[in-house]
Design a protein around this ligand. Structure first.
Ligand SMILES: Cc1ncc(COP(=O)(O)O)c(C=O)c1O
Length: 468
């Protein structure tokens, strides 16, 4: 099965030195747990979960070197040497001039949004991300999706589904004027589109268009090394480049980046904002002390910054990135072979199940992707996350649900944590839920928080005779 397909297999470039026991509770206990959690996988306790694919954020296993770095923490309030290691790593691998540390990605999103967006401005981007768009809206901006149409079609196998549609961007510029565009918000890879990459050619063309109109490009670099792997694999002329080389070239076409280091950088906490403009840096460095901490720690302990600086160097290792993406693909391919509908091609950090196709009998306002996450948990204790109508939230102007084209349930794979056997268990559980798909009826939302509702909303099961 799987890798035994008559070809040579890959293997992870590490061996396991320490383990954390996990345990599957009984079906009755899982039933009680998910009811208590309001049918929201975010509200489960981790002890109630067997294989945790809720997120790849902050859930990676650190290396022995990173743990050694933890012991080298310089916990001085100001001027910690670990900050300078971090600054050097960002400058050397990403190539930006100025670095502001933050506690995680959304801290950096807050800073860049407040520093650059004025009320009434527009922020075009390659599909929204939940926290990114909210920070852009809270700063008075309006996000406009300018990703290529292919990204909204799960079975479309375009190799760079994260690309920007330059005609859509040009149309926005013509409509509102370049001076009302705060910046282009470019994510590599695109989380909500299934971890899909942006090509170097698309970025170059984007750079040219933006230069013509004096518009800046800021990059969400959270999963950029995975994006670089896809460029190396799929884009003409890059097969002999290293991940590090592609990363440097990609970033050189942008004006700055924000980073959730909890992903690519193999740490449990941390992030940064890095820019090339001194004025934006000055503003962000001043603001970070209000919201995060002094500009030489930004909410991280010295030890966190040391582990992060080491993690940056490890994250661009070609063998590491390959094995990380191939593990995700291994799970995806098992499911494709069994006819389970999912977002294609399989992306960099997760397999995204297509709940719309799996449950054609459940309308989107009865939350098919949330339902699928619940069924999967009940079947095997595997925890996943809704990435559909619940995550999309409500339109701030009309107050109605936003109805995204994609209604997905995400199985995110933490880095260096689970084995191929875990992937087999997950795949078999998805298959069992898929085979039993007609019995699922959907959910109704009974508690809805104002911001980022997917984290804390509560649901109840639809009862056939009561709810129709
Ligand atoms: C693409 C993307 N951008 C930004 C963030 C925000 O980062 P954080 O969770 O560290 O605040 C995330 C986190 O999930 C993400 O996936």
């Amino acid at each position: 099965m799987g890798q035994q397909l008559g070809r040579r297999s890959w293997a992870e470039p590490w061996k396991i030195k320490m383990v954390e026991p996990i345990h599957m509770i009984s079906r009755e206990e899982r039933q009680k747990a998910i009811e208590k959690a309001g049918f929201n996988t975010f509200l489960l306790r981790s002890e109630e979960v067997y294989i945790d694919l809720l997120t790849d954020s902050g859930t990676s296993a650190m290396s022995d070197r990173q743990w050694a770095g933890i012991m080298l923490g310089d916990e001085s309030y100001a001027g910690s040497r670990n900050f300078y290691h971090l600054e050097e790593a960002v400058q050397s691998y990403y190539g930006y001039k100025y670095v502001v540390p933050t506690h995680q990605g959304r801290g950096a999103e807050h800073l860049i949004s407040q520093a650059v967006i004025k009320p009434g401005m527009f922020v075009p981007g390659n599909m929204y991300f939940t926290t990114t768009r909210l920070h852009q809206e809270l700063a008075g901006g309006t996000f406009v999706d300018v990703i290529i149409d292919d990204a909204h079609e799960p079975s479309n196998t375009h190799p760079f589904k994260g690309n920007i549609d330059l005609d859509k961007l040009q149309a926005l510029i013509d409509k509102v004027g370049a001076d009302r565009i705060a910046y282009v918000s470019l994510a590599g890879t695109v989380n909500m589109a299934g971890g899909q990459p942006v090509s170097m050619a698309n970025l170059r063309a984007l750079r040219e268009l933006c230069d013509k109109h004096g518009i800046r490009i800021y990059l969400d670099a959270t999963r950029m090394v995975e994006n670089c792997f896809f460029i190396q694999e799929r884009e003409d002329g890059y097969a002999d480049y290293s991940i590090a080389g592609i990363l440097k070239e990609f970033c050189s076409n942008t004006d700055g980046a924000w980073m959730s280091s909890k992903k690519d950088h193999l740490v449990n906490i941390g992030g940064w904002l890095a820019v090339n403009q001194e004025d934006v840096f000055d503003l962000a460095r001043n603001m970070v002390i209000i919201y995060e901490g002094l500009h030489t720690y930004g909410g991280m302990a010295g030890r966190d910054m040391e582990a992060l600086a080491i993690g940056i160097a490890e994250s661009v290792n070609d063998e590491h990135v390959r094995s990380r993406v191939e593990q995700v693909r291994y799970l995806g391919q098992l499911l494709i072979d069994w006819g389970v509908p999912l977002m294609c091609p399989v992306g960099g950090h997760a397999v995204f199940l297509d709940a719309k196709q799996m449950y054609p009998h459940i309308p989107q306002n009865k939350f098919p992707a949330q339902t699928l996450a619940v069924e999967l948990y009940l079947d095997s204790g595997v925890r996943s996350m809704e990435r559909g109508i619940v995550s999309a939230g409500r339109d701030p102007d009309t107050g109605d649900h936003r109805y995204p084209a994609l209604e997905l349930t995400r199985l995110a794979i933490p880095r260096r944590v689970y084995t191929q056997a875990h992937m087999d268990v997950v795949a078999e559980s998805v298959k069992a839920v898929f085979d039993n798909r007609e019995s699922s009826l959907g959910l109704k939302m009974v508690r809805e928080p104002q911001y980022l509702r997917f984290f804390q909303a509560r649901f109840e099961r639809i009862q056939p005779d009561v709810d129709g």
